[in-house]
Design a protein around this ligand. Structure first.
Ligand code: PRE
Length: 126
């Protein structure tokens, strides 16, 4: 995958002063990290150990997010089905606005995008 931050494989940021941002070497070479550090993006053992530790929590968070995402979508579908079965509308746009505003207030423009995806996961595209 192409990485941002400079020409592929250049090993520097665009102005040449920033941290090295290069993909992992595809095969063994002098610059490859020691086996215990493989995949962390650094050859420095203490940094690699801390990165591995943080990744454990990141993976837990990702699993929780996926589970919550799926639970929310199922609940949203149930609300929609309940409403339509009772002769109501498929959507309630005022409620969607409230949710979009909640996410925007907490997370800014990315929050709005996230809320749009959340809403779509439950009620389908508009
Ligand atoms: O809260 C509702 O009334 C829902 O139907 C759930 C939900 C949502 O996913 O949050 C989905 C569709 C509606 O237009 C508004 C909100």
């Amino acid at each position: 995958m192409e990485q941002s931050g400079g020409p592929a494989g250049s090993g520097t940021t665009p102005n040449g002063t920033g941290p090295v941002d290069r993909p992992e070497p595809a095969s063994a070479s002098a610059s490859e990290p020691a086996p215990g550090n493989r995949g962390t993006g650094t050859a420095e053992p203490a940094a690699a150990a801390r990165i591995a530790e943080i990744r454990v929590r990141i993976d837990e968070i990702d699993r929780a997010l996926i589970e919550l995402w799926q639970e929310r979508a199922a609940l949203s579908r149930e609300v929609g089905a309940t409403r339509m079965a009772s002769g109501g509308t498929r959507l309630v746009l005022s409620r969607e606005q409230e949710i979009l505003e909640r996410f925007r207030a907490a997370l800014g423009a990315d929050g709005t995008q996230l809320a749009l995806l959340l809403l779509r996961a439950g009620r389908g595209p508009l």
